[in-house]
Ligand binder design. Structure first.
Ligand code: SF4
Length: 317
């Protein structure tokens, strides 16, 4: 566990430093060769350089799993915590230090199984942070155990005759949570799309959830192979308020216009399909963050509380 968050610094207003992605790189990652986690790490470091994010003003929080080694490889503050508990730690950090950039890294077993309760409520609280769920459809660190997103019939160490249950759909789950404000899906084998999605999430005010489809060549080599070999099976959701990646125009021609403010359409698109749909499913830039709401009673008036209640009612699902 790294606990380096004792004295975080803020960036001086006249600080004109420029960063490269190498400024955020720390030790050499120990992930398997070909693991999709490498691609996500590079994209997050590129995003930080692109946005000029000060390393000393940034916190990367993770739970337990292969991808949760992330904070060890970042030249920022980090907290490698307990299984399923990344989000409550990150929420606490953000509420105490709203000036910090907070990134959360979770695996599928970490986030949508043992951490599912925290996941739902962190979404509802809508604290301003980027939450990445790296979904390789398996518990990799504990050597090939069925996770909630393992495809039905896929053989694992814990279910050698094949996973019994249909997989959970994290995007559908997110779109059913009240006060949800940003839900996107991308794939690590498409770095330009991954980068654009991270950028949209970072610049969204609120809890930005990204499901990142992630290859695990060790245990689930086959699950995304079809989408990689047949780009026409990847459908890119596009809109001016979503992501558009010109670098993929020649290779990925299956596009669908989708306005991410349309919740009903987002829910339809999240249903199981033959396509891997990538893009911003839903965003609501007017959702009040928990920070904004919790300060009202202390400083506000009855009128403010009334407005706030109306605001929540408008966004209730
Ligand atoms: Fe990556 Fe899978 Fe190896 Fe874990 S087991 S480091 S997820 S390839």
């Amino acid at each position: 566990m790294t606990t380096e968050a004792c004295s975080l610094l803020t960036l001086a207003p006249d600080d004109m430093r420029e960063f490269t992605w190498g400024d955020y790189a720390k030790s050499v990652p120990r992930w398997c060769p070909g693991c999709g986690d490498h691609s996500v790490l590079t994209s997050v470091q590129r995003l930080m350089a692109d946005e000029g994010i000060a390393p000393e003003n940034t916190m990367v929080v993770s739970g337990i799993g292969c991808s949760s080694r992330f904070p060890h490889y970042m030249q920022t503050y980090g907290f490698h915590g307990l299984h399923g508990r990344a989000l409550p730690v990150a929420t606490g950090i953000k509420l105490h230090r709203p000036d910090l950039n907070v990134f959360v890294v979770m695996g599928d077993g970490d986030c949508v199984s043992i951490g599912a309760g925290h996941w739902i409520h962190a979404t509802r609280y809508n604290t301003n942070m980027v939450a990445m769920m790296l979904d390789n459809n398996v518990y990799g660190l504990t050597k090939n155990q069925t996770s909630p997103t393992t495809p039905q019939g896929h053989k694992t160490m814990t279910q050698p005759r094949g996973s019994y249950l249909p997989p959970m759909n994290p995007i559908q789950t997110m779109l059913g949570v009240s006060n949800v404000s940003f839900v996107a899906q991308t794939a690590e084998w498409l770095p330009p799309h991954l980068f654009a999605t991270l950028k949209a999430a970072y610049n969204h005010k609120g809890f930005s959830f990204i499901r990142i489809l992630q290859r695990c060549p060790k245990f689930t080599d086959d699950v995304f192979a079809g989408f990689i070999q047949h780009p026409e099976e990847v459908q890119l959701l596009e809109h001016e308020n979503g992501v558009h990646v010109s670098a993929l125009e020649r290779t990925h021609k299956n596009h669908l216009a989708h306005d991410p403010s349309d919740m009903a359409a987002a829910r339809q698109l999240a249903e199981p399909s033959e396509f891997a749909r990538l893009g911003v499913f839903y965003r609501n830039d007017d959702c009040p963050t928990y920070d904004e709401t919790r300060h009202v009673p202390a400083h506000g008036t009855e009128e403010k509380m009334k407005l706030l209640t109306e605001e929540f009612d408008r966004h209730a699902i």
